[in-house]
Design a protein around this ligand. Structure first.
Ligand SMILES: O=C(O)CCC(=O)C(=O)O
Length: 337
């Protein structure tokens, strides 16, 4: 299918769901219900029955692999996350287990502890203030539609996409998050990603390939980018170039929930400011760990284990240990993970 046919198909789907255009996919909490109420009930594979999502929202996620809820997180909460992130960057607090990453180009410059040298922090599960994000009732209410009632927060991040230096290293290559996760089933995992300010193509919004969550996990590796590539930013080498691409323009507080097989990435930050988002990957506590040896995930598995062993000094730590260590129950019971 060529690009025009693919985007025409997407536009038809969006019109059907009452959305405005492919550039502004928005699933309003109340939209779609009227027009879709007459649809026959069907077998849903990617969402659960719990009366939170409208039929239109469920159908949208099933078909596309993502859903945006407008204005979900309050300005006051976002300000608190921003303040705490800045304190961490200034090294006023050093939460246990936290990883602080720098953009490849920033890493070579002179070191002054400030938000200007940090491109991302991850694993903030021991920072009470930031971890509040993973426990917000408005977030968990939606997460439960994908994971069910026993919810683990598995992977947390604040992404501080720096202004691009001209080397295009601020891009995030197209990837599937499942590549990083040694647990299954994939349909019981969901990412919540909240814009901490207005985000569009100028400051590097998310780009998604709708419907790709229905495909398999693809092999990932570091892209061969001339200007260099950030640590752990693996990308997919082979994907359907004709698949429609949607750039998601979001306002502060808007939150996207997406499936871990959805192919997505983000563009260059052409603005002068640092573009911020906070996210957490949640999973059903009934998920189970898998052995990634001999699979396409072996490369990232080894990289994670080496990083964690070096950081914490535990030379026998396994990939499963690393994930068990960072996972936290946020609702219901801790079961397998
Ligand atoms: O926030 C971004 O720029 C992209 C984040 C992302 O895709 C990821 O970390 O998996």
């Amino acid at each position: 299918m060529d690009r025009n046919r693919a985007s025409a198909r997407l536009s038809v789907l969006l019109r059907h769901l009452g959305c405005r255009s492919a550039g502004t996919i928005i699933a309003h909490r109340t939209s779609g219900v009227g027009s879709l109420a007459s649809c026959h009930p069907q077998q849903f594979q990617y969402t659960r029955e719990n009366n939170v999502l409208s039929l239109g929202q469920r159908k949208f996620y099933e078909e596309n692999g993502f859903l945006i809820i407008k204005n979900l997180v309050s300005d006051a909460d976002i300000q608190r996350f921003r303040n705490e992130f800045e304190r961490i960057c200034r090294e006023e607090v050093k939460p246990l287990g936290l990883s602080v990453m720098r953009d490849v180009t920033i890493a070579k410059s002179e070191y002054v502890p400030s938000e200007k040298v940090v491109s991302k922090i991850q694993d903030f599960q021991e920072d009470e203030e930031l971890f509040r994000y993973c426990t917000l009732p408005e977030i968990l209410k939606y997460v439960e539609c994908f994971t069910g009632p026993n919810i683990m927060a598995m992977h947390t991040m604040v992404i501080n996409k720096p202004p691009d230096s001209g080397k295009k290293t601020s891009r995030h290559p197209l990837h599937q998050d499942l590549h990083y996760f040694p647990f299954r089933p994939s349909n019981s995992i969901v990412c919540a990603w909240t814009a901490m300010e207005h985000i569009d193509r100028n400051n590097g919004c998310l780009v998604v390939l709708p419907g790709t969550h229905k495909g398999p996990l693809k092999p990932h590796d570091y892209p061969q980018w001339e200007g260099g590539v950030n640590m752990m930013y693996h990308g997919i080498q082979d994907y359907d170039k004709n698949n429609a691409r949607v750039h998601l323009v979001m306002e502060k507080g808007d939150t996207i929930f997406f499936h871990p097989l959805l192919i997505h990435g983000s563009g260059r930050n052409k603005s002068q400011g640092f573009r911020k988002a906070i996210s957490c990957h949640f999973a059903d506590a009934n998920c189970h760990y898998i052995d990634v040896e001999g699979t396409s995930q072996e490369n990232i598995g080894k990289e994670v284990v080496n990083m964690v062993r070096k950081k914490h000094g535990f030379k026998d730590m396994t990939l499963k240990d690393a994930w068990t260590f960072r996972g936290r129950v946020v609702k219901g019971e801790r079961i397998n993970l």
